[in-house]
Design a binder for this molecule. Structure first.
Ligand SMILES: [Zn+2]
Ligand SMILES: [Zn+2]
Length: 212
């Protein structure tokens, strides 16, 4: 598996091009407003994009979904619980973006355990509520790589004070990932630099927030 990362607008989002080297089948994770950049790099690589995947529905991550899907014929996948954002972003993408995004219909409604196959590379969906109700992370077991969206980031987690965010669910999700996956898992987040789960040892000390 070869992963190319791109820092793209609107909020310095990390977009990822994931290529299975044996089949040259590829996926784009969270294109943001990076379609042009990603398509240019794709031309050089000779890979074929089979899937556009969103870690969650916020417009800064989904903005170029429709453009990429149209340019490549890829199938669009998002966790079923966050799919409603795609419709919403085509009307009102605030506070993540000013201009509405082109309407994008998901082809795949992902659930916990849904597998996305690129040749021999398998991305397994894990439901990761907290930042948004239908946030998901994509785990590539045989590579030890986790595409963590706005859930685990270097030194922090995604915000939980946005619409439908939940500090309690975020704590549950972070603890589940930290305890359940190997420490040397390479974490590729939705914003900021890559990290490993072992580096994020603050998660071990997290306590559940008091609910008011
Ligand atoms: Zn977000
Ligand atoms: Zn984000």
């Amino acid at each position: 598996m070869r992963v190319t990362s791109f820092t793209v607008p609107p909020l310095r989002n990390d977009a990822y091009l994931v290529v299975d080297e044996s089949s040259l089948e590829a996926a784009v994770i969270d294109p943001g407003l990076g379609a042009e950049k990603i398509l240019a790099s794709l031309k050089l690589s000779g890979a074929v994009v089979k899937y556009v995947l969103n870690t969650h529905g916020h417009a800064d991550h989904t903005a170029d979904d429709a453009n990429l899907r149209e340019a490549t014929g890829a199938k669009l996948g998002i966790h079923e619980v966050d799919a409603y954002w795609l419709e919403r972003n085509a009307k009102d993408p605030r506070p993540f973006l000013e201009k509405p995004t082109p309407a994008a219909k998901p082809d795949l409604l992902l659930k916990e355990g849904s597998e996305i196959r690129l040749g021999n590379t398998v991305l397994t969906t894990m439901h990761a509520p907290g930042h948004s109700p239908g946030s998901a992370v994509f785990w590539v077991a045989n590579e030890g790589v986790l595409f963590s969206g706005d859930t685990v980031m270097a030194g922090t987690s995604g915000r939980t004070d946005l619409r439908d965010g939940s500090p309690g669910k975020m704590t549950f999700t972070l603890r589940r990932l930290y305890r359940g996956l190997p420490g040397d898992t390479r974490v590729l987040p939705g914003h900021g630099p890559a990290t490993t789960l072992r580096n994020e040892s603050w998660i071990a000390d997290l306590e559940y927030p008091l609910l008011r």
